[in-house]
Design a protein around this ligand. Structure first.
Ligand code: DGT
Ligand code: CA
Ligand code: CA
Ligand code: ZN
Length: 581
């Protein structure tokens, strides 16, 4: 079991104990333990093997032996017993906004509630409001939270879906009877939120492949099984559909099940206009629906299907019927960004504010994964809950960064940390004065405490864009996918202001954000607004967000040219100076 899995279990043990009313010291020990694991730089197995878990912050005897057991055996009887003793519904209740362990305990003990459905019923007949410490307002909030969760129950963030899908794809690929395989559906189109996962495989022995698929580790239950398709529910509740087809049908099935529905409809119309029929089985010389192999227009690849319909190949990310046909007809689709073209991230955190990595570790990691630069943009002082920096600490940080850069220079490497800030956009200006911002190489301005009114948020963002020292606006809508909607803001006006002032807009690639949304990028880029794909990294593994963000940028039709962090360090420095000059 790996470090993150172990940390998640410790965290859960802490919560379970809290639900049982254990003493706070004991419960806190587990969440502290989880956090020290998350910031661990060495392999956890190594620590266990060398019997050095005791070196970790907050790791007493009990924690050491539990973690050792988890790492070496993959399970922990103590945890399994504990889970059995707490109704699963209580954990689900905890995910509702404004409901912590204390409240869940009360709902359980005083009203006997063990499921979210029962909680909903209790809210509806007013029993929750009558409880000590709840009231009408929190009862209403719980009801809204339940409704919100229901709406999103079958939707999943892209990063999570990819993490589940990739091992399945690998497993399918390694099966000896699989000829070709791919993901399809919204996942292949790189939608920020997906409903279910789709896979397409070609094989001569579909039954074997389906048997293999439904018995993969991670399959919780089988919701459907036929001769050529199966649907399963995976751990975590994601559904996955698999189609198995003959290899001659593969490109057609892949194109069909990649969608989108809207895109498919236009494809089918184009076929009809040429006296052809297109469906999931093939492209046929026929005026009626058919699967007759004698009428098949043979296509080895999706590329050949597009060509048969007088189109250039349309990358899956663009298949939304949002202008791709007009461009593909005239062979003028953009040459989309490749994630390997990114050279670093310009919005990241360290232990100086709310990040988990020291400056040294931030630099070492970025250098190790092949970046040319990495900006450290810790929070400014108004973000006190994120341990934001005041001017004095910022000055110290600049010195620390200079020392680290010196060591890279002495070692003859070109890698550099860039100095910077994620400066808060406040009601009436920025959290640092211009003369402080002027000393930083990278200034990201973000709105963390938005107003209720759209006009006010729009005004604040435009004002930030007008500041000559602000290079880019950070996560411009503040949305958290499946958790929190964007704050009200007139994005068109903000984009306009960025175009006028030469301010870049961040595509925040954090798996919860993906903000600015892909739907705005094509028109923003046409107005001349540049994009920066940022990890907003708080931990080492967040560097992986570059790939996620690049996919979203592709979905927004962006090219290498549109994205500033494809530039070399000298080019980037020049571009950073341009707005100030
Ligand atoms: P999702 O799963 O809700 O995130 O979105 P998709 O696009 O993955 O949709 P899904 O899984 O229901 O179906 C996969 C693809 O199959 C879809 O993108 C297009 C194709 N498809 C499914 N049903 C239909 C249909 O009724 N008509 C057409 N034209 N295509 C369909
Ligand atoms: Ca799907
Ligand atoms: Ca599906
Ligand atoms: Zn932020």
């Amino acid at each position: 079991m790996n470090r993150d899995e172990v940390a998640a279990i410790l965290e859960e043990i802490g919560v379970l104990l809290e639900l049982k009313g254990e003493n706070p010291f004991k419960t806190r020990a587990y969440s502290t333990g989880a956090r020290s694991l998350e910031s661990l730089e060495e392999p956890l197995e190594k620590l266990v093997a060398e019997n050095r878990l005791g070196e970790l912050k907050g790791f007493g005897e009990a924690l050491q032996s539990k973690v050792a057991t988890l790492v070496t055996t993959g399970t922990l009887p103590y945890y399994e017993e504990l889970k059995k003793s707490v109704p699963a519904g209580l954990l689900e209740m905890l995910r509702l906004p404004g409901v912590g362990p204390k409240k869940v305990r009360k709902l359980h003990q005083e009203l006997g509630l063990t499921t979210v459905d029962a909680l909903e019923a209790a809210c509806r007949d007013g029993r929750v409001a009558a409880l000590d410490g709840f009231g009408e307002k929190s009862q209403q909030k719980i009801l809204e939270g339940i409704a919100f969760r229901r709406q999103f129950a079958s939707r999943h963030r892209l990063a999570q879906a990819l993490a589940v899908a990739e091992p399945i794809l690998d497993a399918l690929r390694s099966h000896p009877e699989v000829l070709r395989c791919s993901t399809a559906g919204s996942l292949r189109r790189w939608k920020e939120v997906v409903g279910d996962l789709d896979f397409v495989v070609s094989s001569k022995t579909p039954a074997d492949i389906l048997d293999f698929f439904v018995s993969l580790p991670g399959v919780e239950s089988i919701s459907g099984r036929g001769d050529t398709k199966a649907s399963v529910i995976l751990t975590g509740g994601i559904q996955a559909d698999l189609r198995v087809v003959a290899d001659s049908e593969f490109p057609f099935a892949l194109a069909y099940f990649t969608g989108s529905k809207e895109h498919n409809i236009v494809m089918r119309q184009r076929a009809i206009a040429r006296g052809l029929r297109l469906n999931e089985y093939g492209l046929f010389r026929s005026a009626e629906e058919t699967r007759d192999p004698a009428k098949l227009v043979r296509c080895q690849t999706e590329d050949e299907i597009f060509r048969a319909l007088d189109l250039e190949f349309i990358p899956p990310e663009l298949r939304e019927d949002l202008g791709e046909f007009v461009a593909a007809e005239s062979a003028s689709l953009p040459r989309l960004l490749e994630w390997t073209q990114l050279k670093g991230s310009l919005h990241n955190h360290s232990t100086w504010s709310d990040g988990r990595q020291s400056l040294e570790d931030v630099a070492a990691r970025a250098h190790e994964i092949g970046c040319a630069y990495w900006a450290v943009t810790d929070h400014s002082k108004s973000s006190f809950q994120a341990n934001g920096l005041d001017v004095a600490r910022l000055r110290q940080q600049l010195q620390a960064i200079a020392a680290i850069n010196q060591s890279y220079q002495d070692a003859g490497t070109d890698f550099r940390l860039l100095t910077g800030t994620e400066v808060d956009i406040l009601k009436d200006g920025l959290d640092f004065p211009d003369e402080v911002l002027a000393q930083l190489e990278v200034v990201v301005a973000s709105l963390h405490v938005p107003a209720r009114e759209e006009a006010e948020n729009t005004r604040r963002l435009i004002r930030a864009a007008q500041n000559p020292y602000v290079h880019m606006l950070g996560h411009p809508t503040g949305r958290l996918l499946l958790e929190r909607d964007a704050y009200p803001v007139d994005l068109h006006a903000v984009i306009e202001a960025c175009a006028e002032t030469g301010t870049w807009i961040e595509l925040n690639a954090s798996s919860y954000r993906l903000d600015l949304d892909w739907r705005f990028w094509r028109s923003a880029a046409r107005k001349g607004v540049r994009c920066v794909i940022n990890c907003d990294a708080h931990r080492a593994d967040h560097a992986g967000f570059l790939r996620l963000g690049a996919g979203i940028a592709r979905k927004g039709w962006l090219t290498r040219d549109d994205v500033m962090n494809t530039r070399s360090l000298p080019e980037l420095r020049q571009a950073l100076n341009a707005k100030r000059a």
